[in-house]
Each structure stands twice: as structure tokens, then as C-alpha cells.
Design a protein around this ligand. Structure first.
Ligand code: BTN
Length: 332
């Protein structure tokens, strides 16, 4: 472990109390100047360390995102082991797809994406230190193709559990992959699979999750300003990014590994359905072929949405082809 990390550990162990430069220097057998240099480096990384003349250093609560900060909070056995952290990257999903050898359960996480990707090849705005952008890498032993999209639903449930545990507020889900609160989108999920050409087997699944943490409405691009929100803007809670990643890993592991996906489909689909906030409402369904109004009735055992057209006909919608528009004014 580097000297800088050992100093950080000593400050963390002091648990909100002052620790003198002399004591740190003595414990690590280095000079006080060396201590001060490393403290400056930690401050550069975002740690809020105050120095009190003649008394020592104090580490205050800091919202630092790093592999170390996530890993020390993890309670999981597989998900999040290891964490690959990047202050900035093009896209965590792209990185996961182009990097061979990433372990089952590893998480690629970034504080900024310069080329974040959303569903249907849309752009996903991923500004620096406003949100957390991550991809969970899975190498399932055997998985049916139809279950890949169900992982998106599992992830949505793990996400709303996580946000509720961290803020006390349970968001809703917009079928299939968006998390909403007060009619504003906080989070998007993009699940991608890589398939081996020869055998047609699924080699890996990459679950990409982008969460807005700290934006106020004016921080969003004008085109999404009316529909986007953040955890802070909608709950008033400033969530620590490392707490969030560790909690999400825990919830994801529970549904995906501990409760044995896909055998547990029924139990999390029940929770998924309970969180759909527009059931019974009229929505606009749009596919390449047509656009029509229908009442959202529920989901089936594959997570497909069932709607009733104005003439009474029932339709089962598959997320691949359909976009759903809600009259969001109703939900504010
Ligand atoms: C959507 O809302 O359409 C899905 C958005 C998914 C965004 C996440 S951020 C982490 C991962 N990397 C990406 O480029 N996209 C996903």
C-alpha cells in the first residue's frame, strides 16, 4: 500500500477526530513534510482534510469516488470484485465490451463519460461529478436469450431498493428501463449482451446504469431540462457516490446470485410491477409502424407490457420495438 493510502487509513481510523502530523509521521516513519505533501495530494482527490495549527489533521465527510472507497464498503462476495474506476472515460459499457478478461461481477465505474450511450443509440449525458456511470459485467454460465432483457427489470428493482435505502424515498419505474421520481427521470439502464459468433452462446452481459445524483434542473441540457431530475433535486438527500455503488452491488447480488436468477423471476417481477407508476393510465405507444393511445394494464411473466387499445384489443409489447410516452404532467 502506498504512503498516501496509509495516511488516508489513519485519518479514517481517527473517525472524525484530529490526528497530529507528528503522530502520522512517527507511525509511518516518514517526515512531517512528507505527511503534508501526501495530505495535499489527498485534498486534490477530493478529500476534505482540514489542518488545525498545532493540533493536526481532520478528515471530514467527503464524497470521493474511487475503487478504494467502493471496495472498503462492499459486503458482497462477487458483484463489485473488483472495481475498475476511471475519473473520466468514453463509456463504461464500451470499455467493458472492448476489454477482454474482465471478471464475472466486476464493475467498471466512472465519474464522467464523454460518450455515454442510451437506449436506441441515444446520447446519455454524463457530466463530471454530477452522477455515477457504471457497468456490471456478468458471465452467466447458461442463460436464455429472453432472460437478458429480464436482467434490466431485475436491475430496475435493485436500483429503486438502493435509492430508497439511501434516501428514504422509493422511486417508480417507467417500463422498461427508466427510474422516475416526481415525473422526472433519475436513472437509465442499458443492458447489452455479447454473443459468440460460432456457437451463438451469450458470452457476457453488460448492465450499464447511469444515475443522476446532484444536478439541479438548470444543470441539465435544455432538451431534457423538463423531464430530468437527480437524487438530490427530488429527495433533497446528498448521497455519497461510493455508498451508492456498494449498496447497488449488494442489492444486485441479492436478486441475481443469492436468490438465483432466473428462477426467482416471479418474486422480483412482482416488485417491478408494484413500482410501475402508470398502470391504469392512458399512454402513447409508438413503434416504427404506428402510434396509438392505450391503457397500460400490467406486465406478463416475461416482463412484457400489456396494454388495452381504445377498441378493446389487448396487445403485448416487447421493449425492443416500442417506445412508451407518458403524460408526465399527471405525475408532478
Ligand atoms: C437510457 O436511459 O436510455 C439508458 C442509459 C444508460 C446509461 C448508462 S451510464 C453507464 C453505461 N455506459 C453507457 O455508455 N451507458 C450506460
Amino acid at each position: 500500500m502506498t504512503t498516501k493510502m496509509r495516511i488516508l487509513q489513519l485519518l479514517q481510523q481517527a473517525d472524525g477526530k484530529l490526528i497530529s502530523g507528528g503522530e502520522i509521521a512517527e507511525q509511518l516513519s516518514i517526515s512531517r513534510t512528507a505527511v503534508w505533501k501526501q495530505i495535499s495530494a489527498l485534498q486534490q482527490e477530493g478529500y476534505r482534510i482540514t489542518a488545525e495549527q498545532g493540533k493536526g489533521y481532520l478528515l471530514e465527510k467527503s464524497d470521493v469516488l474511487s475503487a478504494y472507497e467502493v471496495e472498503r464498503r462492499l459486503t458482497t462476495h462477487t458483484i463489485g470484485h473488483p472495481i475498475h474506476y476511471f475519473p473520466s472515460i468514453d463509456s463504461t459499457n464500451l470499455y467493458a465490451k472492448r476489454t477482454p478478461g474482465l471478471e464475472n461481477g466486476s464493475i467498471v465505474v466512472a465519474s464522467q463519460q464523454t460518450d455515454g450511450i442510451g437506449r436506441l443509440s441515444r446520447k446519455f449525458y454524463s457530466p463530471e461529478k454530477m452522477g455515477v456511470y457504471l457497468s456490471i459485467v456478468l458471465h452467466p454460465e447458461q442463460i436464455a436469450f429472453s432472460d437478458v432483457s429480464t436482467i434490466t427489470l431485475l436491475t430496475a428493482v435493485a436500483m429503486i431498493d438502493t435509492i430508497e435505502q439511501l434516501t428514504g424515498v422509493r422511486p417508480g419505474i417507467k417500463w422498461t428501463n427508466d427510474i422516475y421520481l416526481h415525473g422526472r427521470k433519475l436513472c437509465g439502464i442499458l443492458t447489452e449482451a455479447t454473443i459468440e459468433g460460432e456457437s451463438g452462446m451469450i458470452r457476457s452481459i453488460i448492465v450499464g446504469i447511469g444515475l443522476n445524483l446532484y444536478q439541479q434542473y438548470t444543470d441539465f441540457e435544455p432538451e431534457i431540462r423538463d423531464i430530468a431530475g437527480s437524487v438530490l433535486s427530488e429527495t433533497g438527500v446528498r448521497v455519497n457516490p461510493a455508498d451508492y455503488v456498494a449498496k447497488l452491488a449488494e442489492n444486485f447480488e441479492k436478486y441475481y446470485l443469492d436468490q438465483h436468477f432466473p428462477e426467482n423471476k416471479h418474486s422480483f417481477l412482482k416488485r417491478y410491477k408494484e413500482a410501475l407508476f402508470f398502470l391504469g393510465q392512458t399512454v402513447t405507444v409508438s413503434s416504427v409502424r404506428e402510434e396509438y393511445s392505450a391503457v397500460a394494464e400490467g406486465i406478463n411473466e416475461n416482463g412484457e407490457l400489456i396494454v388495452r387499445r381504445e377498441d378493446g384489443r389487448m396487445e403485448t409489447l416487447n421493449s425492443g420495438e416500442i417506445r412508451l410516452k407518458l403524460n408526465l404532467k399527471d405525475y408532478r
